[in-house]
Design a protein around this ligand. Structure first.
Ligand SMILES: [Zn+2]
Length: 229
């Protein structure tokens, strides 16, 4: 698949052609669908995941970036997959699915809460990401908290949200993980209203900040660091 639009000419004004590859001309719509499918399959095979729902090119790039960061922190994304499914040999469906849904649909899938823009669905091994997560407004809202100093102004909302949900997936895949987290850290609610949310945020913050350790939160980040090693 050739991604360079300069290689395509448009003699009729309505169709895109790739003479170099001997392909027949296609409508722009068909061409874009083909490119989108290609990108989707590339990301799916790169991380051994399943992608469904209404993703566009930019959103697929954002997902790709978030998973790349997660993989960088764990010595490869396959190690994250192993954490999620490693202890679940009786589970037939061992594929992680990322679903992009429109706002109302995402909130519905995620239990109906007004702020439910994304969630982990354990029964279907799926992570739902609502369309709102990809808007600039959400990016700004989700700037990382001031505790993380150096990285506080980086607009990493999408990566934080995707990796937060992956954190939930990892937590649900490892027996007694939260108990272990509660015993290992001095403040098990440092990053969220509950131990579970705090763990998911610590997991995401560790990944999006390139494994930085923040003053005052070393034990949270040491815990994630050991988990991903
Ligand atoms: Zn959460």
């Amino acid at each position: 698949m050739n991604n360079n639009p300069l290689n395509y000419t448009d003699p009729s004004g309505h169709k895109l052609c790739n003479y170099e590859k001997g392909q027949s001309c296609v409508t722009e719509n068909t061409f874009q669908k083909t490119e989108l499918n290609h990108k989707k399959h590339t990301v799916e095979s790169k991380y051994s995941i399943n992608i469904s729902g209404s993703w566009d090119q930019d959103e697929l790039d954002q997902l790709d970036n978030a998973l790349l960061k997660a993989g960088d922190s764990a010595g490869g994304f396959n190690n994250i997959i192993n954490l999620i499914f490693g202890g679940n040999n009786d589970d037939d469906n061992q594929e992680l699915t990322f679903i992009n849904a429109l706002g109302p649909q995402a909130r519905n899938m995620c239990g109906g809460g007004k702020s439910a823009n994304a969630c982990w669905l354990e029964k279907s091994n799926s992570i739902v990401i609502g369309d709102e997560v990809f808007t600039p407004a959400y990016q700004n809202k989700m700037r990382r908290p001031k505790e993380i100093g150096l990285y506080a102004n980086l607009p990493l909302g999408i990566q934080t949200t995707i990796n937060h949900e992956i954190g939930h997936a990892v937590e649900s895949g490892i027996p007694f993980l939260l108990i272990s987290y509660n015993l290992s850290v001095d403040n098990n609610k440092a990053f969220g209203g509950s131990s579970r949310e705090s763990f998911a945020n610590a997991f995401a913050f560790y990944i999006v900040s390139d494994n930085a350790s923040y003053p005052g939160y070393q034990d949270q980040f040491n815990f994630i660091s050991k988990l991903l090693k």
